[in-house]
Design a protein around this ligand. Structure first.
Ligand code: FMN
Length: 202
């Protein structure tokens, strides 16, 4: 059983967070999800998904994934005394999706002014799996240097870049293909048939 820490920050792409959270919540291998949404993440989710995910009540989870869940615990980004702020708390992996350039920079420089950055810092110091889904275009040299720095520390940098080799027909197809890749990196097994099976003859 896995315990996953899940950060949502204010980059574009809240729909990736929504889909991944649904998949983790439905997955029987996942026993607990500690969710933190930054104020900018709340704002972007409002803009992009038309939902209100401010606060820590169960309502936030219902807004995001359409159901309440015993598995998902919502923490305030200002609660630096939450469980996930400590290395003694056993979280198997952390994902930040989408990850803003601001949060990327804070994590790369060890500045932990909110719970998302602190939880990421804890994953680094405890040598645990940290997956970041940065989103910006174009990247400037600061963004690229921050990603390189974190990659050298073993952080998985997985930008939200859709692929087309699986012949997506809808936006949903693009999103699912990407979130399945995230599940692979988080070590959460899934049955979804979105893997490359070799070139077809044409
Ligand atoms: C609609 C909207 C879209 C945004 N998209 C991005 C983005 O794709 N990448 C990014 O780095 N910042 C983006 N921003 C800016 C961040 O939200 C801002 O830098 C914020 O301070 C990040 O804070 P956080 O990392 O604590 O969530 C966006 C802001 C808004 C309102």
């Amino acid at each position: 059983m896995k315990s996953i820490t899940f950060g949502i920050t204010g980059a574009s792409g809240s729909i990736y967070a929504q889909r991944l959270l649904i998949q983790l919540n439905e997955n029987p291998q996942v026993s607990r999800i500690d969710l933190v949404i930054s104020p900018a993440g709340v704002r972007v989710a409002g803009e992009e998904l038309g939902i209100n995910v401010a606060g820590t009540e169960p309502r936030v989870v219902r807004e995001l994934i359409g159901a309440v869940s015993d598995k998902v615990i919502v923490h305030s980004p200002s609660d630096i005394g939450a469980t996930i702020a400590s290395g003694s708390y056993l979280s198997d992996a952390m994902v930040i999706v989408p990850c803003s350039m601001g949060s990327l920079a804070a994590i790369a420089s060890g500045i932990t002014r909110d719970l998302i950055h602190r939880a990421a810092d804890v994953m680094l110091k405890e040598n645990k799996l940290l997956v970041l889904v940065p989103r910006e275009t174009p990247f400037n040299a600061i963004h690229l240097e921050n990603m390189l720095k974190l990659s050298r520390l073993g952080v998985r940098i997985i930008p939200a870049m859709p692929s087309f080799y699986h012949h997506p027909k809808t936006i949903d197809d693009l999103i699912e293909h990407f979130t399945h890749r995230l599940l692979d990196h988080l070590g959460v097994a899934h049955e979804q048939k979105t893997r490359w099976e070799g070139s077809k003859k044409f």
